[in-house]
Design a protein around this ligand. Sequence first.
Ligand SMILES: N[C@@H](CCC(=O)N[C@@H](CS)C(=O)NCC(=O)O)C(=O)O
Length: 227
Amino acid sequence: MSASPLTLYGLNICPFAQRAVITLLEKGVAFEQVLIDLDNKPASFQAISPLGNVPVLGVRQADGSEAAIFESLVIAEYLDETQPGPQLLPADPLLRAQHRAWLAYASSVVSGMVGIERAADEAAILASSEKLASRFARIEQELGEGPYFAGARFGMVDVVYAPIFRYFEVFESFRDLGIFNGLPKVKAWRQALAQRPSVRNAVTAAFHDELVQYLHKCQSHLVTAAH
Ligand SMILES: N[C@@H](CCC(=O)N[C@@H](CS)C(=O)NCC(=O)O)C(=O)O
């Protein structure tokens, strides 16, 4: 049995799982990570993941049993509420609601990324790139002096967008999709997040190769066009 009461069932390349890992690292709490092979999910994992998705957080109880929480944002908020370390969502209810709205907005950004992952042809790449460019253009209007979403303090919105930006590092190793053109604040935010230790340490060195492998598996036009 692990010494820590927290176990994260995750996957290196999963941007949702990275939300949980970054939160745990920001909080500075010990946890065990169990990497799940999504092509071969253990029965014990299926039993605690209703949709068969990573991440799942296991929380060991006083009687030795493990309570499970699924859905990355629910996990991140639970950790924010229960663990010591810096508070990642604002205490003020209005600000907190506004930050949660930007967390929800990230779903639309992720769906644009999935569009690139699954793009069957050039037209699909262009359509997803345009959608992403417009989503980030709206974020550009929200950003202030930085370096983080809400200023000097790293918070939950940063947790959620950092893994998104990491995906673009891999996309851009094939070609520049032009998504961040003319968006200096988004570019600076992206750079600040890439340097944050919790963000850097949320994945292993295999991340780039594993994501490229996954793009091949999806037969993304981004990789097939490059050969
Ligand atoms: N809404 C979920 C999405 C999680 C999700 O889609 N995870 C993917 C991996 S990135 C997954 O586990 N997919 C299951 C599968 O491919 O079988 C969350 O935020 O936790």
